[in-house]
Design a protein around this ligand. Structure first.
Ligand code: FAD
Ligand code: EPU
Length: 343
């Protein structure tokens, strides 16, 4: 049974029936159809930086290695078509060298280009959906190739159609980006605001510096980045918390269809703060630690088990729920023996 440990940045000891990589759609469909005919479950994997295998997986893991980057430009835009198996940070770094600006805030995010639309990766004031033009997919069941527009993808905060109507139904093969030549730098978030005469290169370097100072490097300490999403709550819930805590960090999010027009302000409260207040920062349970400089990240101290991770995550959810009445939701993909699981 092949080990999944090197295929997931969290690095739990887990195995699966087989691991197969593919470099094009034809080889993917051939492996997929064989697995289907044998009633084997499959899981598509990019860089494994958002996937935690809490148990041995009864099925085939298919690792996306579709490569290739092509570019053309018009008077107003750069257009890029990128294979889903390209490494995200290497792609961002290439764009910086070529002066195809726009991705600088998203530097050093681990993983593949193909996974970037799935949770609409975001950091330091920018989400990737601002730069995505189209996403090329193949329907698993039929092999039909489709081109989804930005609107079709229904992007939201750590959200997209790939987590809902199209969950487990498509393989993303390529992502097409459209970068305006007259772009606006995004420097409003935290430490970026202090940059003097900001340029894309300065933002890129600063983002890398901040990330290295806060987030554990998965090659040294197993982790999957933020374990939970930042909760978005109504103004009333926020105000109730703010009565008891003088300085709750928060960000106002624009209204959405879920909120009536009269009450359309939503507030994002950092889960890191909630977890910190609940007393988990730096806390260790067996071999899982809540990271001391960023409590939103759980780390594998070496030899952690799936049940250690699940126990710690459930303890955090229950404590934050008990203290603040807010239900934290995982941002990571947790897998059990039969596939994706929820807590
Ligand atoms: P994987 O874990 O391989 O896959 C993630 C999901 O996508 C799985 O459900 C998988 O089945 C599916 N999938 C992957 N590729 C395809 C495909 N081609 N077609 C169909 N389905 C596919 N995220 C952020 O948004 N912002 C951050 O700042 C950030 N920082 C991080 C920092 C660290 C240290 C780490 C470890 C993670 C961080 N992340 C961050 C999370 C992670 O890097 C992103 O979610 C990334 O996009 C995952 O890419 P991946 O290829 O590793 O995904
Ligand atoms: N905080 C505390 N205690 C701490 C650390 C932080 O209270 O020990 C509070 C502070 O108030 C701080 C706030 O948490 O201002 C936010 O912290 P940070 O700026 O580090 O960002 P975050 O909200 O915790 C999000 C993303 C990250 C992304 C950063 C930067 C989510 C779930 N996480 O984290 O994404 O890199 O912003 O933009 O939205 C990921 O998705 O894996 C990820 C790392």
């Amino acid at each position: 049974m092949p080990s999944l440990q090197p295929y997931s940045t969290f690095g739990l000891a887990a195995s699966c029936d087989s691991i197969q990589s593919f470099t094009d759609v034809a080889s993917f469909l051939s492996i997929f159809n064989t697995s289907k005919n044998n009633n084997n479950a499959i899981y598509i994997l990019g860089g494994g930086s958002n996937s935690i295998f809490t148990d041995d997986f009864d099925g085939t893991v298919l690792v996306n290695e579709i490569k290739g980057i092509s570019h053309f430009d018009t008077e107003s835009h750069h257009y890029l078509r990128v294979g889903a198996g390209e490494n995200w940070h290497e792609f961002v770094t290439l764009c910086m060298k070529e002066k195809w600006y726009g991705f600088e805030n998203l530097a050093l995010i681990p993983g593949s280009v193909g996974a970037c639309p799935i949770q609409n990766i975001g950091a330091y004031g920018r989400e990737v959906n601002a730069l995505i033009d189209k996403v090329e997919c193949v329907f698993l069941e039929t092999g039909e190739q489709v081109l989804l527009s930005n609107e079709d993808c229904q992007f939201g905060y750590r959200d997209s159609v790939f987590k809902h109507a199209l969950a487990n139904k498509v393989l993303i093969t390529h992502v097409n980006f459209k970068l305006p030549k007259h772009y606006e730098l995004e420097t409003s978030y935290g430490e970026l605001a202090a940059l003097t005469e900001p340029t894309p290169e300065k933002v890129y370097s600063k983002v890398i510096e901040i990330r290295k100072s806060k987030l554990p490097d998965p090659s040294e300490l197993g982790n999957a980045g933020s374990f939970f999403k930042n909760p978005v709550v109504s103004k009333a819930v926020f105000q109730a918390i703010a009565q008891d805590y003088d300085s709750v960090p928060h960000f106002v999010v624009s209204g959405s269809a879920d909120f009536p027009a009269t009450e359309n302000e939503q507030i994002k409260i950092p889960a890191a703060w909630l977890i910190d207040q609940a007393g988990f920062k730096g806390k260790t349970l067996n071999k899982v630690r809540c990271h001391p400089t960023q409590p939103l990240v759980l780390t594998n101290l070496g030899g952690a088990t799936g049940s250690d991770v699940i126990t710690m995550a459930k303890d955090i959810i229950a404590s934050v729920q008990g203290k603040f009445g807010i239900q934290l939701e995982p941002e990571v993909r947790l897998l059990g023996s039969k596939g994706l699981i929820s807590l």
